[in-house]
Design a protein around this ligand. Structure first.
Ligand code: CP3
Length: 336
């Protein structure tokens, strides 16, 4: 069994070490940028099973990380549900207008078929990945996907509340249908050879407080229940919800919880119980001096040294990160 699974399932944190990073396959790697420059359409790149598998393995070859996360995107789900997805340089993703009738009509078969290249990429990667290493699959949580699907984010850190209220009657329908399809996507990824699923609720921090139970806790709990019933090790990442991490943990009961960089690690250790903790270190620290980076890492390693902990960051690696810094950080953690 891989170390990540031993930690998540058997809570063997003291005897097992495991390190991987969110966005470990991405723009900070010259070998990724090379492939990307030859593949201008990002969705098409994600649908190229051979290249997706090759990109997934790039950081493993370079750094010998303990886990690979499949190279894909959370927005492959809205794509498979019929929306066009475009990535505009320096602006982020842009989705074509959401059509609720078409969305509610979508068949499970067509959905799975459209995502078949992702499952194929998982199969290829599992064959080429060392048996001792974990292959991680992922999904976006319903709320985070809905933010993109309905285009309700007005700026980097704000939600257009008016737009949200206007759609309020549709929201439960949309969230429930998404939960349905996301369970299928989890199941298909696990059947193809992935062993763990991470649920990214990257925009959970934007939910109006009165809606956090309905839009964040309950949808995540339903997905985790599905994983538990099917014995699929799972990690949740409800980014930006601050002290609500505690309530999230009590309600959702995932195997692991990934800390964002705003969460005080000491607070997390005292307040998040019966769950494996992961990450937390600010990805910006890799842009600072080596001394600052290693001091930051020491703090996390030290605080979590006697509980089950997966070394990772508090969000994805930034595109401007120097790959040699990533290497240093991994070596430092392994030798600590
Ligand atoms: O290495 C890995 O982590 C696996 C691959 C992965 C990608 N996206 C590849 C990607 C994963 C796990 C994701 C998840 C994802 N995608 C999230 C949740 C995690 C988070 O960052 O909060 C979100 C919100 C998205 C949506 C998304 N995809 C955005 C907002 C963007 C554009 C902005 C950005 O950061 O680049 C993407 C594009 C994207 N997804 C890239 C990569 C490597 C960059 C593509 C490029 O322009 O080359």
């Amino acid at each position: 069994m891989s170390n990540l699974k031993k930690i998540l399932i058997n809570k063997k944190g003291k005897t097992c070490k495991s390190v991987w990073f969110m966005r470990q396959a991405g723009r900070y790697l010259p070998e990724f940028r090379k492939i990307r420059s030859q593949n201008k359409n990002f969705i098409d790149l994600c649908l190229n099973s051979q290249l997706s598998s090759e990109i997934t393995l790039q950081p493993i070859k370079r750094f010998n990380l303990d886990s690979a996360i499949i190279f894909s995107d959370i927005l492959m789900v809205p794509y498979a549900l019929g929306q066009q997805v475009n990535f505009i340089k320096n602006e982020g993703p842009n989705l074509s207008k959401f059509n609720i009738e078409r969305f509610l009509d979508m068949s499970e078969r067509e959905f799975s078929q459209k995502l078949n290249p992702v499952y194929k990429a998982i199969e290829i990667t599992r064959k080429n990945l060392d048996k001792k290493k974990t292959l991680i699959s992922f999904i976006g949580a319903p709320w985070t996907l809905m933010v993109y699907m309905l285009n309700i984010k007005s700026s980097k850190a704000h939600i257009n509340l008016e737009k949200l209220e206007k759609k309020s009657t549709d929201i439960n329908k949309i969230l429930n249908k998404l939960i349905n399809f996301l369970c299928i996507h989890i199941n298909n990824q696990i059947s193809a050879g992935a062993e763990v699923v991470q649920i990214f609720d990257s925009w959970a921090g934007l939910i109006p407080i009165k809606n956090i139970t309905d839009y964040c806790f309950i949808p995540n709990a339903k997905l985790v229940d599905f994983c538990r019933k099917n014995k699929i090790p799972n990690i949740c990442f409800p980014r930006g919800i601050k002290k609500k991490y505690e309530e999230f943990n009590k309600i959702v009961k995932s195997d692991g919880i990934s800390l964002d960089y705003e969460i005080d690690p000491e607070w997390a250790k005292s307040n998040l119980k019966d769950v494996v903790l992961q990450g937390g270190l600010d990805p910006k620290i890799l842009l600072k001096s080596e001394k600052e980076m290693l001091e930051g890492a020491t703090k996390y390693i030290h605080i979590f040294k006697d509980i089950p902990y997966v070394f990772n960051l508090g969000h994805g690696l930034l595109p401007e990160t120097d790959p040699d810094r990533v290497k240093k950080l991994i070596e430092f953690y392994r030798n600590y």
